[in-house]
Design a protein around this ligand. Sequence first.
Ligand code: XIL
Length: 368
Amino acid sequence: MSIEAQSRRGFLAGAASAAALTAFGTGGVSAVSAFATPSKRLVGPENLIPYGAAVRSDALAADPSYRDAVIANCQMVVPESELKWLELRPTRDEYRFAKADAIIDFARQNGIEVRGHTLAWYGALPPWTEEIATRTDAERELTDHIETVVSRYKGVIPSWDVINEPLVDWAESAASLRPSIWARRLGPDYLRIALETAAAVDPDAQLVINEYDVEFAGPRFAARRKALVELLRSLRDRGVPLHAVGLQAHLFADRTIDRDGLQALLAEIKALKLDVWVTELDVIDYELPGKIGERDALVAGVASRFLDAVCEVVRPKAILTWGLSDRYTWVPIYFKRRDGMPNRPLPLDAELKRKPLFDVIEEFRHKV
Ligand code: XIL
């Protein structure tokens, strides 16, 4: 079945409950009950891997053609920033849910599922979190946050990146945790605290540890794979609730995918009875040739090598890209091209036309 046909089905499924939900966009906290009705399974047919993308609330509101493209192509969305601490917690005493709610409202009206990103990360923290001075204070802030956010979206967000990017770039072991206010004040216990709190609030939620730079060839990446497995095993051995690993898959086109290394990692994850999600796929093309046809083909090739390695070992629960269209991508913030041409990391170009990367993802959605 084509993606259009599927999302029309999704749209119809969602439309039935849309009327009950439209009030949400104008409501405040009191309107949260609009979320309470669990949605039907909204993603595509069981035999296809759901496809999704990170989305931006401002662009959904301002850009109807982008909004339509999300509706036409995505069975799942994840707010790109709107559920991060920086957006939700501008001050210590305040929660601002309006932007996240706008995305959820949009998704539910259109029969699209939502993932949550992210609860415990070193990045996108508001400055006031630096004032968290003691272990007790840190534990209270982290648990309050997770309890508040996860309970608000219980039954609405079935899958959470509870932990994002736990390891340092040059990880030697599970102990090589990236410094953050959580790691500094709570040590490795912050992982357990975050996961247990999320599980206590929403026992049905799928709890994910999301990590990057685990697919490439080279000693740094091999060491990260080993450290990640060690970390996952230590959590499992201690009975800490955890259900899946997210492979971010920010694929640097100038690096080589280590097929064997990646597959060995996936086999270990499978042996630990954890699911796999592809959570943030895009292809970082800043070192690729400028010619667009050539570049798009190379980008598609990188993603194909990655997905082929993954899908031979596991069936990912979903494949999400970090953005849908080159019109809205984080890549140029860090990886601008020297020739001044725009980056082209995503499945749709800046005019919302499908690129070869789109077809690659579509192919692997069908494969398993
Ligand atoms: C990025 C967003 O795309 C940017 O808009 C934001 O300014 C910074 O964060 N890995 C992650 C994502 O887990 O949260 C990051 O998102 C991209 C890298």
